[in-house]
Write a protein that binds this ligand. Structure first.
Ligand code: SF4
Length: 387
């Protein structure tokens, strides 16, 4: 039996329609012929890494919308993936689905191949909110998909994604009430990100969509944190909440700085101190793999300095935070100023220090980018980051 300690990510870059806020790598309007060529390339790319990824610990199929693939292509992909699973090595196998495209046949294919976790893109239980950002899912689709998932005893573990910022405060309260009534094992709560170039960005400029102001978003996030934490969800990462025993193992692997291979257009891999990113163009990706070449567009060496910074960043986004002595050990000058900054964070409720670990509070999570940037300034002062 393989004892490899590696995870596998598979990217499916197809969606029926594009949501107005989306800045993920996904394409709408692609026919089955293109999807079929893509799946063939994915399988070929998986085989390029065969020695590395036989017996992965976790598999995660994300997108895009993996459940949008026709059942025939899903079956082809999952049959191939089944051949990678070695003994008891695989601990978690997740597929992202969108409610409107999840049907019984597709779910059966997934479960028969060993999928034991479904991540459902809900975003809100308000049709008004969903329509306002051109999301094609409707509440009736969500309820139907949840019924379907609950009808299959193989899936005890599922996660609901929620986006804060597409709904009003009143709608968010209802979203959370509904979620707490359903009690999914895992909930991800993201803040609406308004990326330049997206249709949403233009709608805001034209005043066709008025997002909540920063203060409202802040209140809504804190409200969601409080509701979920009071209902015994562990807020184990900035955007993630789980009931006991249901953290996302695959995502924890990224945050633990573990090794993973990503296949598909735009997918990222990390192996030891090497990281690479695949070609993002669909046609170039398909073509490169068809010619037997690795579809890599970018490769970087993770120097010790990069690793230090990334580990600190990932730790501060998690409940456990960072070992204070290790963090302070990276500050070689301006130490007093650094200590004062940490004191400031604690006194103003942005961080706490417990058992010698510094961790951000829910309020701190809201401004984590600023806090992490400030901490990096102290580390940069003391460490040669280009070393
Ligand atoms: S379903 Fe997800 S990946 Fe597809 S367009 Fe919407 S946000 Fe983007």
């Amino acid at each position: 039996m393989s004892e490899k300690d590696i995870s596998l990510y598979i990217h499916i870059p197809f969606c029926k329609e594009r949501c107005d806020y989306c800045d993920f790598l996904s394409f709408s309007g692609m026919g089955v012929d293109v999807q079929s060529l893509y799946i063939d390339s994915l399988i070929k790319e998986i085989d390029m890494y065969r020695n590395l990824i036989d017996g992965p610990v976790t598999i995660y199929i994300g997108g895009g919308t993996p459940s949008f693939l026709p059942v025939k292509l899903l079956r082809k992909l999952f049959n191939h993936l089944s051949s990678l699973i070695v003994g008891e090595n695989l601990k978690e196998f997740t597929v992202e689905v969108n409610p409107e495209s999840l049907v019984r046949d597709k779910l059966n294919v997934m479960i028969d191949a060993g999928v034991n976790r479904i991540s459902i893109g809900v975003q809100s239980f308000s049709d008004r909110a969903l329509k306002s950002v051109n999301r094609i899912t409707r509440v009736r689709d969500i309820n139907r998909a949840l019924e379907l998932i609950n009808s299959r005893s193989g899936v005890k573990n599922y996660s609901i994604d929620l986006i804060i910022g597409i709904q009003s405060k009143g709608e968010l309260e209802k979203d959370l009430e509904y979620i707490l009534m359903l009690r999914p094992p895992h909930v991800s709560v993201y803040l609406l990100h308004i990326s330049p170039g997206t249709p949403l960005y233009k709608s805001i400029k034209n005043r066709k969509f008025i997002p909540p102001c920063d203060e409202e978003i802040r209140d809504m996030y804190l409200f969601a944190c409080e509701k979920l934490e009071n209902a015994n969800y562990e807020h184990y990462e900035i955007s993630n909440f789980a009931i006991n025993g249901f953290r996302s193992m695959h995502n924890c692997r990224y945050w633990d700085y573990g090794d993973y291979i990503g296949v598909g257009a735009g997918a990222v891999s990390k192996l030891g101190s090497k990281r690479w990113e695949n070609i993002r163009s669909l046609i170039d990706y398909i073509d490169t793999v068809r010619h037997g070449r690795r579809p890599v567009s970018l490769e970087e060496m993770l120097t010790e300095a990069i690793q230090v910074r990334e580990k600190i960043m990932l730790s501060l986004r998690r409940k456990f935070g960072v070992d204070y002595d290790i963090l302070a050990g990276h500050v070689l000058k301006d130490r007093e100023e650094f200590k004062n900054y940490v004191k400031f964070l604690i006194e103003h409720g942005y961080a706490v220090k417990e058992n010698n670990r510094l961790r951000l509070t829910d309020r701190g999570f809201l401004v984590s980018n600023e806090i992490i940037a400030e901490i990096f300034d102290y580390i940069e002062a003391g460490t040669s980051l280009n070393a």
